[in-house]
Design a protein around this ligand. Structure first.
Ligand SMILES: [Zn+2]
Length: 293
């Protein structure tokens, strides 16, 4: 979850051209229907994505309903792997209701599923959670880091207006071997910090936005083997679909924009993000082999 879109509602009418090499949408919320949109079928979302070369998706559930949805969806659809966690804005809410421990127990049970390959999105969000929630949010982040390490899963991080604390807490805890900054939103300096630590940076539609020059600068600092691409759908549709409902079949627009910034050809970037995804999460077709980045 990042932010609500605004502007035109519903799915875009025109689809991007098919990518030359199949890629992965590293982060999508198929359980979330944007307010005012028609509900959609998961099988349709997968089929449309595959039609433009986005053949594999990481479905992320980050509240209890989303986690239950994710566990059912990954059993039903081989194109999906799962990520589960309590979102940084969800942790203080559950804490206030006295339900956090019980929720952690549910995350931990779900995370044992072989096709849950990601603990996330977890992290820090100082935009939506005020100062009163920071301590409990940071504890929640530490809890999820520990879980990912205990289970040998990748970690996907949500970082909103909290770059310095995200890096500090990862340093203090020791980051999992495979750590992904989802919907990367930092600048060039932050990108360099992450690259140096061996993290993967996953870029979303925001990198195509006209005013996102700093983000494009950041992109140029990331070596191909640490790059990923995602939608964070249904939010943040890339240009030229901005404001419409986002969906995995819009990955090609983001990926082509990234290729332009990086001055690499599209097939090369497709192959890189596809290989990186399988290295970080393991193969979609079978159990994680235990190979590491
Ligand atoms: Zn998200």
């Amino acid at each position: 979850m990042s932010q609500k879109g605004s502007g035109p509602r519903g799915l875009p009418e025109e689809l991007p051209d098919r990518l030359p090499v199949d890629v992965v949408d590293n982060h999508v919320h198929l359980d979330i229907t944007r307010e005012g949109d028609e509900p959609f079928a998961v099988a349709d979302a997968i089929e449309r994505a595959a039609a433009v070369g986005v053949s594999r998706l990481v479905q992320v559930g980050c509240d209890l309903d989303g986690i239950r949805f994710t566990l059912a969806a990954i059993d039903e659809h081989p194109e999906l792997l799962g990520g589960i966690a309590l979102h940084p804005n969800e942790v203080p809410r559950l804490h206030a209701e006295g339900r956090l421990d019980e929720a952690y127990a549910e995350v931990e049970r779900g995370a044992a599923h072989e096709r849950v390959r990601v603990i996330g999105e977890t992290g820090l969000d100082y935009y939506r959670t005020g100062p009163e929630g920071v301590a409990v949010q940071q504890d929640g982040f530490r809890w999820h880091i520990d879980l990912a390490k205990r289970l040998g899963k990748a970690l996907q991080i949500h970082d909103r207006d909290a770059h310095a604390d995200v890096l500090r807490i990862l340093d203090e805890e020791g980051a999992p071997e495979r750590t992904v900054l989802h919907c990367f939103s930092g600048d060039l300096a932050m990108a360099r910090e992450c690259v140096e630590r061996g993290y993967h940076l996953s870029f979303a539609g925001t990198v195509t936005f006209k005013n996102a020059r700093g983000l494009r600068d950041a992109l140029t600092a990331v070596p191909l083997h640490q790059l990923l691409v995602e939608t964070d759908a249904p939010y943040l549709a890339p240009a030229p679909y901005r404001g419409a409902t986002n969906a995995s079949y819009l990955v090609p627009a983001t990926l082509r924009a990234m290729a332009g910034v990086l001055t690499v050809d599209v097939p090369t970037l497709c192959r890189a993000v596809s290989e990186n995804s399988e290295r970080v999460y393991g193969p979609w077709g079978g159990p994680r082999s235990g190979q590491t980045a």
